[in-house]
Structures are given as structure tokens and as C-alpha cells.
Design a protein around this ligand. Structure first.
Ligand code: B12
Ligand code: SF4
Length: 498
């Protein structure tokens, strides 16, 4: 059969597509795990953000798929529906499968029979379920025994039981298939970027995170030789920068050290790596770990600082992963120590912070913004967002704090909830106002590393950073809230991808 797999074009503020366009890890893994006689094509629509309709129409003509699969996050649901409607108008008989976080955790949003857009929903990990689904379609053998599958049957949807999580140690999940990609243009500041995974799952339960509802509290790892083979494959496909998409790779710090060493031994340390990390691990093991990471090629670490105030960390259920230990005792927030280790080893910090929590005041917002200004290289400040079935979502609903039900705005940088003391708009405004100037400070670093790219794209990058501003507002001759309103209008218009 012909299979076409799509990831959505929607991006968000901290990942401006002028500078960063990453592939979707799920789709290559799915493509690597279907039976080899199928013809499979992957299109990451982030690469064609301004030409979504034309691209989908062209791919439908050229690939003529029997099965179309879409990977969808919650803020992309509206776009996914539009794409499905477009595809149905072009090819009414194509079987439509959706998977990923939104279909898995908000399954009911895709089972509207009157819409009739979706035939199958793959919940949770997809490789085995999708492979079995394709076999069942091909052999017309029925769908009722495929774990993790929801399927349309007459005028209702049937939901099979959940699948067990995959034990990644064996060869149950094969390597991703990067040859299936049909679009070009992946980039991280001019270097071709790819994604790899070394593990899945997490044993923490932060209240804002979807991972626990998605797969339970567990942690499974791929063998390191498989990881190295994956990195080598990415490199052979042109990657010079790699983003490690693991949910929480730092759960086994010894293994992570071994991975760094394996990267060095394999001669793959000329790639720029980015990884997400808990502050506690870097603070408590940084002395040895940070130099080793540097040697292995790690350039950016996305630190899950989440918040620097204890009360907010408690609300976010993120205290435990942000605690530093000294002489066998817990000794406060780990963020500064972790950042210090990374900076001493010339590794840049993407600072993940979540502000706008229920008890936040101007003072608590400013404390976090001030922290970002003082310590992080690239602020990744988000607002708490009520994604389906996270513990936080229930809390916000119970307290009546959610002010916006437009899911396409659930992108992390739009404030969807207010605090007890501040309006959502005020929270977002404060972040937006500080954010741009902090990011601007990182441009010289980007220029030093990628001069050619920044020379060619610097103006567009600047224009993205300062969206909404005019000369008047930059000179302080206009109320900044007017520039903020213009920024929001631009963001609003941007969300219409087709
Ligand atoms: C890596 C990552 C990123 C990277 C993305 C890199 C990339 N291009 O892939 C970065 C840092 C850029 C990022 C950004 C964002 N992310 Co993010 N990210 C993740 C993370 C850590 C891992 C995702 C991943 O690749 N996993 C590995 C793959 C193999 O697993 P998978 O995606 O689950 O796919 C499997 C199944 O879901 C299923 N499946 C998936 N798609 C499909 C499609 C079909 C057809 C089928 C059959 C099956 C299937 O099969 C796959 C294989 O088993 C998750 C989870 C977490 N712990 O935080 C969050 C997560 C996915 N991100 C999330 C969000 C919200 C965002 C942002 C909007 C804001 C933010 N929090 O930063 C932005 C938006 C990005 C954009 N488009 O602009 C949310 C999504 C919540 C939701 N309900 O939608 C998550 C769950 C985090 C959370 N808050 O809980 N993210
Ligand atoms: S540590 Fe990271 S992956 Fe684990 S629950 Fe918290 S945010 Fe999610």
C-alpha cells in the first residue's frame, strides 16, 4: 500500500521557523517499523509553513496514498482537521489515521461520526499498533484484536484495550526510516538538524506534563549501540546538529555518561547536540558530567528549571527534580549550580520556566523573569497550559482559572489561564515584553557559530523577534501594550496555515 505520514505545520514562538525546523521523531520511527513492501512517504509540514495547501495537494497526487497518517499535538488539532477535510475532498476513500499526544489523550475529539474525518486512532506508542493496522487493512482481517487502536465501525467508534509499553531493549522497535522523508530544509541555525531518541518515559509526575497519562510512570532505554547506529544514520543523512527527544534521559545518569563516551569513541562528537535535562542531575553530577558532555559535542542544554520559587515548584510538582544536594543533604534549588557547571564548560542554557501559576503576582513573575535575565542564554518561558488529562488541567478547571478554550492557542506562550491575582493578558504581556530583549542578546553567539546563516537570515530573525514593534515603540514613544496587541494579531493570523 501507499502510506503518507504528515506532521503539522504549526509552530510556536520559541521555535521560529526562520531559524529552527526540526523533523518529527514519531513519523520516522513509524516508517521504520511497517512491513517493507509498503511505499511510505513522510512530510514534515513545518518545512512548508507558507505552502501547506499546495504541498498536501501535490503529495496526494504524487503519492496517491491508501492510508494517510497524521501526528497531532493539541494546539495543532484545528489544522489537522482542516488538512483531513482537504484530503477527504481530494480522495474520499483514503483511510485516515491519527496518532500522537492529542489523539491519545483527547480521543473523544476525533470520534465525531457526523464529521467522518477519521477512520482510526492510534493511542500511545504507535509502531506495533500501526504495523498491525496496516496488515489488518491489507488482509481485511478485522481490527478488534489490535491493542491501542480505536476504529470506526458503522455509526460508532470501538476502543480496543491499551497496549503494553514497549521494552526497548530487544529489537521490537527497529531504527527510524529517514529515507522516507520527501521534503527538505531541516535546520538549526543553518546546520541540518535531525532528532534521535535513546529512551522513553519518565518516573516523575510533574503536574503540567502529559507523559504519565500517555504511558504511565516507567523508563525504558534503547541499547547504546543502537543509539550510536541511529546517530550515524542521521549523520549519513546530512545531520550536523541533533536534538535528543527523550522524555527524561537524565533518569539514568551513568548511562548518559556512557552515551557521551560512546559518542566520543565513535567519532560522532563533531555534531552539535541539544538535550533536555533536569537541573538536579546537572547540579549534583556536573563536575564530571558537564566536561564530558562538552567533549561529546553538547552545545545547548534545555534545563527544566520550571520555576525558581518554592511555592510554584510545589504547584508544578517539580520540586524533587530541582533539588541540589550537598554533603548528603538537600540544599535548595539546583538551577544556579547546574547553570554554572554548564557555562563553565561553554554549554549554552535554554531556560525552561513556567510562569503564570495560580498564586502568581507581579512580584513572582518578575522574580522568574529576573532570574532568566541573569542566568539563561535563551529563555524558554511558557505559561501553564491545560493540555488534556494533565493533573494541572483538573486543578485549573476546579478553580475556574481557564479563560480561553481556543485550542490552537494552547502553544505554551499564549496565556490560557489567569492567576488568582493577575489576568492572563497581563501575565502574557509581562513575559513577552522581557522575552524579546533576552533573546536578542544571544544573536552574537549565533553569529559567531553560524556567521553565514546569520548574515543571510539576521534581518528576518530580528523581524521575528520584534514582531509587533515599530520604530515608535522601540524608541519608547508608544505604550508597549499597543505593540503587544499588534504582536498578538500577527500571531493570530499566523495560525491559519490553510
Ligand atoms: C521532543 C519534544 C519537543 C521538541 C520537538 C522536536 C521535534 N521536532 O520532534 C521541542 C522542544 C521543539 C518541542 C516543542 C514543543 N512541544 Co514538545 N515535546 C517533546 C517531547 C519531550 C518528546 C516528543 C517526542 O518526539 N517523542 C518521541 C516520539 C517517538 O514519541 P511520540 O511523539 O509520543 O510518538 C509516538 C506516539 O505518540 C505515536 N504517534 C505519534 N504520532 C503519530 C502519528 C500516527 C499516524 C500514529 C499511528 C502514531 C503516532 O507513535 C509514536 C511512536 O511510538 C514530548 C513529551 C514530554 N515528555 O515532554 C513533548 C510534548 C510532545 N510537547 C508538547 C508541547 C505542547 C510542545 C510545544 C507546543 C510547547 C512546549 N511545551 O515546548 C512546542 C511546539 C513545537 C512546535 N511545533 O513548534 C506537549 C504536547 C501536549 C499535547 N497534548 O499536545 C508534550 C507532550 C509535553 C507536555 N507538555 O506534556 N517539543
Ligand atoms: S521530569 Fe520532565 S518528562 Fe518527567 S514528568 Fe516532569 S516534565 Fe514530564
Amino acid at each position: 500500500m501507499n502510506i503518507l505520514l504528515l506532521s503539522m505545520p504549526d509552530s510556536f514562538e520559541h521555535m521560529p521557523t526562520v531559524a529552527i525546523r526540526m523533523p518529527n521523531a514519531a513519523l520516522t520511527s513509524l516508517a521504520g517499523n511497517i512491513d517493507p513492501h509498503h511505499k511510505v512517504a513522510i512530510a514534515d509540514l513545518i518545512l512548508v509553513q507558507a505552502r501547506v495547501r499546495e504541498t498536501v495537494e501535490r503529495l496526494m497526487r504524487e503519492i496517491d496514498p491508501d492510508v494517510l497518517g497524521l501526528s497531532v499535538m493539541t494546539f495543532q488539532r484545528k489544522t489537522a482537521r482542516k488538512i483531513i477535510d482537504l484530503v477527504r475532498s481530494l480522495s474520499p476513500d483514503v483511510r485516515v489515521v491519527v496518532g500522537g499526544y492529542d489523539p491519545s489523550l483527547a480521543t473523544e475529539a476525533y470520534t465525531d461520526i457526523s464529521w467522518g474525518g477519521v477512520d482510526f486512532i492510534v493511542r500511545g506508542e504507535g509502531e506495533i499498533t500501526f504495523r498491525e493496522l496496516l496488515r489488518a487493512i491489507e488482509n481485511q482481517s478485522g481490527y478488534d484484536r489490535i491493542l491501542g487502536l480505536s476504529y470506526r465501525s458503522g455509526d460508532r467508534f470501538c476502543h480496543n484495550p491499551d497496549p503494553p509499553v514497549s521494552n526497548l531493549e530487544g529489537d521490537e522497535i527497529r531504527l527510524p526510516n529517514r529515507n522516507a522523508r520527501v521534503l527538505r530544509g531541516y535546520t538549526a541555525l543553518g546546520r541540518q538538524v535531525d532528532v534521535i531518541e535513546t529512551s522513553r518515559g519518565c518516573t516523575f509526575d510533574c503536574s503540567f506534563c502529559s507523559i504519565i497519562e500517555m504511558r504511565g510512570r516507567n523508563f525504558h532505554t534503547y541499547p547504546l549501540d543502537r543509539v550510536i547506529a541511529d546517530i550515524r544514520d542521521a549523520r549519513n543523512h546530512g545531520a550536523r546538529a541533533i536534538f535528543i527527544v527523550d522524555d527524561n534521559i537524565m533518569l539514568n545518569v551513568r548511562r548518559f555518561e556512557a552515551l557521551c563516551q560512546a559518542i566520543i569513541d565513535a567519532g560522532l562528537h563533531d555534531i552539535d547536540y541539544t538535550v533536555q535535562a533536569m537541573t538536579s542531575v546537572i547540579a549534583n553530577h556536573g563536575e564530571q558530567l558537564a566536561p564530558l558532555m562538552r567533549q561529546a559535542g553538547f552545545r545547548y542544554v534545555f534545563l527544566g528549571i520550571e520555576n525558581i520559587l518554592d511555592e510554584d515548584l510545589t504547584f508544578l510538582r517539580a520540586r524533587r527534580k530541582n533539588i541540589k544536594r550537598e554533603d548528603g543533604h538537600t540544599a535548595g534549588n539546583a538551577a544556579i549550580k547546574a547553570i554554572d557547571f554548564l557555562h563553565r564548560n561553554k554549554i549554552y542554557v535554554v531556560g525552561g520556566l513556567i510562569i503564570g501559576n495560580p498564586n502568581d503576582t507581579h512580584a513572582s513573575l518578575e522574580a522568574n523573569i529576573e532570574f532568566a535575565r541573569a542566568y539563561v542564554d535563551w529563555p524558554y518561558i511558557q505559561h501553564p497550559t491545560p493540555y488534556p488529562r494533565t493533573p494541572m488541567t483538573k486543578d485549573f478547571r476546579d478553580h475556574g482559572l481557564i479563560i480561553n478554550e481556543r485550542l490552537e492557542e494552547y502553544d505554551g506562550t499564549t496565556a490560557i489561564v489567569r492567576s488568582e491575582h493577575l489576568s492572563a493578558e497581563e501575565i502574557e504581556f509581562r513575559r513577552w515584553r522581557a522575552d524579546r530583549w533576552m533573546k536578542l542578546r544571544h544573536l552574537p553567539v549565533a553569529f559567531a557559530h553560524s556567521p553565514f546563516f546569520v548574515l543571510h537570515n539576521g534581518l528576518r530573525m530580528l523581524a521575528h523577534l520584534l514582531r509587533g514593534s515599530t520604530l515608535k515603540s522601540l524608541l519608547g514613544l508608544e505604550d508597549p501594550r499597543q505593540a503587544f496587541e499588534r504582536y498578538r494579531a500577527i500571531r493570530q493570523a499566523e495560525r491559519e496555515y490553510l
